[in-house]
Design a protein. Structure first.
Length: 746
């Protein structure tokens, strides 16, 4: 009861009112990868294709898997250009196994870090049987080479291959967030450089975190305040600020200054700029906060235009919905630069409550980077910061205000398979407008393609990339989309306009990559349309207006005959997942009844008779912005089937009757045969019938006992009885006689 009461209090105090949020949406179309022109790469005996590095300068996709690194052709990943193995030594495997880890699964080398270095080589790290190790890798003459410049990967790469982590290589320095010990109990965000800096090991900094993503924002460029670049860390952790009986997890965003060097006395070699805030993605009709699963940085211009897109799922299986929320960098910056802090206050000697701090802040502001104002006061680097500022941020890194999404709610809420990953592409429409196209990976191995048009979310399609049991573990974006899972990697085109076979289908898709070419009579990629021919192309993204499309002609009727008394199914697929089927017979609408069942893929007529004869029309109707569009027509002429020699339907019915009677007779014979066999077996089991071998044994035993009988004793006369032993002796005698006769015959 206490748990429920606290949950209600948290929900009322934390979640904002939810009005006019987008309801869950269904994909308009569903495709398989093979039908979409996608490609799949997998290597025999290799698993966990979950680390990718795009090398567009080399035309390669560098793919990290378990104990293997591949260089694949970027335009066709089925072409393997090079491969290098990075296996664990037997000694390391034995050491890992002795510590209680699974030899075949955990004590392997999972490639987890792949970054491009300034000289063109690559920095790569692997778990190495719970002993993380890093190396330098080069690609020359179609060969991948590990240069054996091995170094300790602790703090750069996770020990556990199944623990979430994140890293970024910026200006030659590796920023990472992972666990720094074998048990995974000491989380850290650190910068590996000549002067390494890391987080303080305190629950007020990181409390059982799950690291999700890290992004670099170059806020120091063209900044009138002389500010520093920032590193933003997204993660989940157990909240310290809520008084819950059970642990409550929340989503967080943290920020550090890229050139932070730590403090002089306080926070030596620790971040002096580490601040964090709750990241809200409030979903209607839910109580517990949703948890972030992935984040993508989208910057159409300079850093001021950057937006973080993130996917969220419910915690503790409290809901079947997933959500997408977006956050402006400027909004996060405002919370950290101008918001108030939370501080812990001891209540009743042992209980700690976090409350908003309303006192005066020291200068420079705790958590702020060194800027022009600080330099004017004599603070040129973090080593110069006063202890008062450092002590404050050491004990109180949490902001009171949460970061809210750009629309005060999710861009997309969908019921079904949980979202796992997201990337966002910029598409230019026919009229020159730009649209952010979201590609969302799911737990069921599919990718959703979605666009938000002025607050209206449209899921254009769902593409099944891997089997339903294989979640999307990574998504990367170039001119095409690249996805990875446990079993393989896939290459997916950003658009497949050829899928849309009619003008209505093409325009109603509202795909910014596609438009209907009236001259060519096909759905064409906008990028391939010459500017002079734009007037001959139909595209309506915000309105989905397909009134310019040529009218859909009536298809030729298909003749279908039926046998009276049997059921008939007339097939008709809807034009899309959003379309509805409407059936008519001779112009009259058909509704579900005892004789007519309307299904998603057709109409079933039960026990068809002469009254079922007629002209059946199936119409697929799709609505868009209040308009209904007929996307396809299917017409059937239904008539009774004539028998041989022009036999009438009545004759055919009598023939069917005779066939039915014959079938009943066959079934009865089979049932009687089974009953007889069961009866015989039952008699054998009870001993009423004896087997020949058993009879011979009893006769031999009887003859062997004859010499032992007393001489002159008169045997008793046989009594008339139906005793089964007597019957068996008679049967055995008969059996013995038959055996003698058979031998004589031979």
């Amino acid at each position: 009861m206490l748990w429920l009461l606290l949950l209600c209090v948290w929900a009322l105090g934390v979640l904002p009112a939810a009005e006019d949020w987008p309801a869950h949406t269904e994909p308009r179309k569903s495709f398989s990868l093979s039908s979409n022109g996608g490609r799949v790469f997998r290597e025999q005996g290799v698993w966990n294709y979950s680390t990718m590095l795009l090398r567009e300068d080399l035309g390669l996709l560098i793919l990290g898997a378990r104990e293997s690194i591949f260089a694949l052709e970027l335009t066709n990943i089925t072409h393997k250009m090079a491969m290098v193995k990075w296996e664990v030594t037997t000694e390391m495997q034995d050491k890992c196994s002795r510590k209680g880890k699974n030899l075949e699964i955990e004590c392997q080398n999972y490639i987890r870090v792949l970054h491009r270095m300034s000289d063109g080589r690559m920095y790569v790290c692997g778990t190495n049987a719970f002993s993380p190790t890093c190396d330098i890798m080069s690609y020359t003459n179609d060969t991948l080479t590990l240069e054996n410049q091995v170094e300790d990967g602790k703090g750069k790469c996770p020990f556990d291959p199944f623990q979430r982590y994140t890293s970024e290589l910026v200006d030659g320095e590796l920023f990472s967030a992972t666990s720094i010990n074998f048990l995974g109990s000491e989380p850290v965000m650190m910068r590996s450089s000549v002067e390494p800096v890391r987080t303080e090991f305190k629950t007020s900094w990181l409390n059982e975190p799950t690291f999700i993503g890290m992004e670099h924002i170059a806020e120091g460029q063209q900044n009138p305040e002389g500010d520093d670049d920032k590193m933003y860390l997204f993660f989940i952790e157990t909240a310290v600020e809520y008084d819950f009986y059970n642990k409550l997890e929340v989503s967080r965003v943290a920020r550090v200054c890229k050139n932070d060097m730590g403090g002089q006395r306080t926070l030596q070699r620790k971040w002096t700029s580490f601040v964090k805030a709750r990241l809200d993605c409030p979903v209607r009709d839910t109580s517990l906060p949703f948890l972030i699963q992935d984040v993508f940085r989208f910057c159409p211009g300079d850093w001021r235009t950057c937006v973080f897109y993130a996917v969220f799922i419910p915690q503790a299986d409290t809901s079947y919905y997933s959500a997408v929320c977006a956050y402006k960098v400027s909004d996060i910056r405002e919370v950290f630069s101008e918001g108030k802090f939370k501080i812990p206050v001891t209540v009743e000697t042992s209980f700690v409550k976090w409350v908003m701090y309303s006192g005066e802040l020291p200068f420079p502001r705790p958590g702020a980077c060194i800027n022009n104002e600080a330099r004017q006061r004599g603070y040129h680097k973090s080593l110069d910061l006063p202890d008062k500022t450092l002590q404050f941020i050491r004990d109180k890194p949490l902001m009171d205000q949460a970061v809210q999404p750009v629309t005060d709610g999710p861009l997309l809420v969908k019921k079904g398979a949980a979202f796992t990953r997201i990337v966002v592409a910029n598409a230019t429409a026919l009229d020159g407008s730009s649209h952010e196209v979201m590609f969302i990976g799911t737990e069921s191995g599919s990718v959703l393609k979605a666009v938000n048009y002025d607050g209206e979310m449209v899921i254009i399609e769902e593409l099944q990339v891997f089997q339903h049991s294989e979640p999307i573990k990574i998504l990367r974006l170039s001119n095409e989309l690249y996805a990875g899972s446990e079993v393989g990697a896939a290459q997916i085109p950003l658009s497949s306009c050829d899928h849309y076979g009619s003008c209505l289908d093409c325009v109603l898709a509202r795909d910014p990559y596609c438009g209907w070419d009236l001259a060519a009579e096909r759905c064409a990629a906008i990028s391939s349309v010459h500017p002079d021919a734009h007037s001959q192309v139909i595209q309506s993204l915000r309105d989905g207006n397909a009134t310019r499309c040529p009218p859909l002609g009536s298809g030729k009727a298909a003749n279908v005959s039926f046998l009276p008394g049997f059921s008939v199914k007339l097939l008709c697929q809807p034009g899309s997942n959003l379309a509805q089927l409407q059936w008519h017979v001779d112009g009259h609408p058909i509704v579900n009844s005892n004789t007519h069942h309307i299904h998603r893929d057709g109409l079933i007529i039960l026990n068809a008779s002469a009254s079922a004869v007629g002209r059946y029309t199936c119409t697929s109707v799709e609505s868009s912005r209040g308009r209904d569009y007929v996307t396809q027509n299917v017409v059937y002429e239904l008539s009774p089937r004539a028998g041989p020699g022009g036999a009438s339907g009545e004759t055919m019915s009598r023939t069917q009757g005779r066939q039915h009677n014959l079938l009943v007779l066959v079934v009865m014979v089979v049932l009687l045969s089974l009953t007889l066999a069961a009866l015989v077996l039952w008699n054998f089991h009870k001993g009423y019938f004896a087997l020949p071998e058993r009879c011979r044994q009893e006769q031999r035993q009887s003859r062997a006992l004859e010499p032992l009988q007393a001489v002159g004793r008169t045997p008793p006369a046989p009594r008339e009885s139906s005793n089964s032993n007597h019957n068996r002796s008679v049967d055995c005698s008969n059996t013995e006689e038959k055996d003698h006769l058979n031998q004589a015959h031979r």
